[in-house]
Design a protein around this ligand. Structure first.
Ligand SMILES: Cc1cc2nc3c(=O)[nH]c(=O)nc-3n(C[C@H](O)[C@H](O)[C@H](O)COP(=O)(O)O)c2cc1C
Length: 202
């Protein structure tokens, strides 16, 4: 298990071109989505929503919204990860439902008060998007485990992505566009700094 996971981290790479004619089995898409669903989130609020785009025309429209990056148009599926906005407000039915689940019984009132204070001091949009990136990382690892590839796409015009997918900007921010599929190029060399340059032990 330990060795297999390390291999997945080494094997995953950003694929810049997919085999456009190859679709992804529904069970594989579900496996990837499940990795997102099971990801950790602050206060257990699961601040993400996943849109699975498989329509050829929509993929091409998304490619345009992503500065014509061809991995978007050629992917078997493009998973657009949306960050919840309005639902994270402390007075929303959604936030209160999930807080009551995470902090049941007598813990709830204090948890809600703490959450209210936290929200008053926090950029909720940035906070929500950041957590979606955690889900995205897990989804990319899951994609590699299936023998498929992915490419995180942060290079997009958020307003255009929302327009293409009819997303209400008051409800969601676009966190990440994640094309997945069968890669049509060779894996490239992994370029990483050594741990010695990244880590201090204190
Ligand atoms: C948040 C984020 C946004 C990214 N946006 C893009 C992008 O718009 N286009 C792209 O080709 N790669 C994008 N990447 C992929 C990185 O360029 C890639 O992960 C990095 O160069 C390391 O290469 P590797 O993933 O193949 O190891 C993004 C990665 C992350 C984590």
């Amino acid at each position: 298990m330990k060795q297999q996971l390390a291999e997945l981290f080494h094997r995953r790479f950003a694929c810049h071109l997919f085999e456009a004619e190859r679709t992804i089995a529904p069970a594989d898409i579900e496996y990837i989505l499940e990795a997102g669903r099971l990801s950790p989130s602050a206060f257990g609020l699961e601040p993400w929503k996943f849109l699975v785009v498989q329509s050829h025309d929509l993929k091409l429209a998304l490619q345009t919204a992503c500065f014509q990056q061809q991995q978007v148009g050629t992917a078997g599926a493009v998973i657009v990860i949306l960050a919840k906005l309005a639902e994270l407000a402390p007075d929303s039915t959604y936030a209160q439902r999930l807080l009551a689940r995470e902090y049941p019984g007598e813990q709830y009132d204090l948890a809600l008060a703490n959450y209210r204070n936290f929200c008053a001091a926090t950029d909720l949009r940035a906070w929500s998007v950041t957590q979606c990136h955690i889900a995205a990382a897990n989804m990319m690892t899951a994609t590699t485990a299936l023998g498929l590839d992915s490419c995180a796409i942060g290079g997009f015009l958020p307003d255009q992505v929302k327009q293409v997918l009819h997303i209400d900007p008051a409800q969601y921010e676009v966190a990440l566009v994640l094309p997945v599929g069968y890669c049509a190029e060779e894996a490239h060399e992994k370029l990483r700094l050594p741990l010695a340059e990244l880590v201090d032990y204190r």
